[in-house]
Each structure stands twice: as C-alpha cells, then as structure tokens.
Design a protein around this ligand. Sequence first.
Ligand code: PAF
Length: 283
Amino acid sequence: MIVDNMKLFREIVDLKEQLKQDRASGKSIGFVPTMGALHEGHLTLVREAGEHSDIVVVSVFVNPTQFNDPGDLERYPRDLDTDMEKLETTPCKYVFSPSVKEMYPEKDERIFNFGALENVMEGEFRPGHFNGVAQVVSKLFDIVEPDKAFFGMKDFQQVAVIKAMVKQLNSKVEIVPCDTVRESDGVAMSSRNNLLTSEHRDVAPLINKTLKEARNLIPERSVEEVKEWVVSQVNANPLLEVEYFEIVNDEDLQPVNAWNSGCTVGCIAVFAGEIRLIDNIIF
Ligand code: PAF
C-alpha cells in the first residue's frame, strides 16, 4: 500500500487535530518514531506498520535529550527532503517533523527510573541516553496516541526500556518489535553507517560475522570464554574497538554466567573510528 498525498506536519496541534478526525472515523493508527536519515531498516518498519494499521505516522526528529555526546548530536545526519522522498514509496500517510522548540517549549525535567535495565550496556556507556529516549517517546506517544508503535530490534535495549516505560505510564500503546534489517554483507542498517569512512565500512561486517560464529561455540565454551573470544576477534582488527560485549538474559538484560539461564542475547558496541556501531544476536 502506497499512500497518495502524504502530509507533513510541523506543529503538534495540527497533527493532533488531523488524527482526532481519523480516529473518529474508526481508523487505527500505527506509529514509527525515527530520527530521520532513513534507510531500508526504517522503511521496513513503516511497511510493517502499514500491514497492521489504517494510518501510518512517521516522526522525524533528532532528539537532543538522548545524546550524551555533543559531537554525535552535531554529526547526526539530517535531510528531511530525502527522507520524505523515501517515505513516498511506503504506506506512510503523515510525517511529523517538529522543531526542538515545538517538542521542548521548556526543559524536560522528568527523570525516569528503569532500574537495572538502564544500568547495563547502552545505559552504562551512554549515561542519560534512555532518559532522553523515554522523554521524547512518551511525548510522541501523547501526541500521536498510536494503537501500535514499531521499533527495530537492532536497538534491543531500547525496545526493553520502551516496553518498561509503557508499563510505568499505563500507556495503551502496543510495542511491536521488528527484526534487524541488514546489508547484504551482514552489517546492521543504521543511520550512522553513512558516516563511516570507506576503510571502516569495509571492516564493519566483521562484527556480525563474529557474533554468528560465536553461536557455534555454544554450549561447549563457557559464557566467559565466548565473551573473551568475541572481543578478541573484533579487536584483532586495528580499525575496530569493542566498547562492550555482554551476554544477557533477553527479559531483564542482566548479564548471565551460564547457558541455561533462559533465552540469551549477545549485545555489542564497537567503535569504528569515531562512529559507534551496535548490534546483537539471539543465542
Ligand atoms: O531509535 C531511534 O531512532 C530513537 O531513539 C527514537 C526511538 C526515534 C527516539 O528518538
């Protein structure tokens, strides 16, 4: 399904009014929040949303409160015209791209508490990141009031945090996690991939390749041995540097030390030069 007359909204009040009318005529609303620089991974989420909803809303907003590194915020690619062109090939009906002032007319002082969920991995290495994500996603959910919202599993911990947020806020939004979309060489699609130098892009497939090979070591090698092996394989390439690799329970994201601890996920963050890439694999 491709929608004619895709509409761009800059202001909350206009989008809310439009969606109120749509809701009144019985339409269900699917929502895909993004920070733009759209790639096939995002477009897959939008198509998935189109399968399950009458109207698909996509937000394009680079949320300053979730960046703990000002350089990362500054570098983050922004090109709404290209994003709109890409969305025209999808079931997206409304694009919501507000200004920072529109989303944050005043400083958002809310502090969320996700307990142990936010003390590991991305939470540990990007302090404040998930608080910023929760601030913006809760605002977006209040504005759009979607029936379902679609998120990619590349950001495995983000999905867990958003599910926890929805519970805490008694929100009725159904969170729909969708598989990671990969380039043909296995690299997880990410808006940051475009920022890689060609040398770093060439070696990036090693991350997913190593995670896949690690699977073959289980259960003969212990959790600790597999962790060490993955880190040493990736770090053996001088252009890559592992920030963390954790093997965690898929429910509470706490590190496990044995393979019989339920469903486990290996989550990795790697610096390829200045660009930080994340990926994960279900063991
Ligand atoms: O995953 C992202 O792109 C962002 O964290 C999100 C969910 C759009 C919030 O800014």
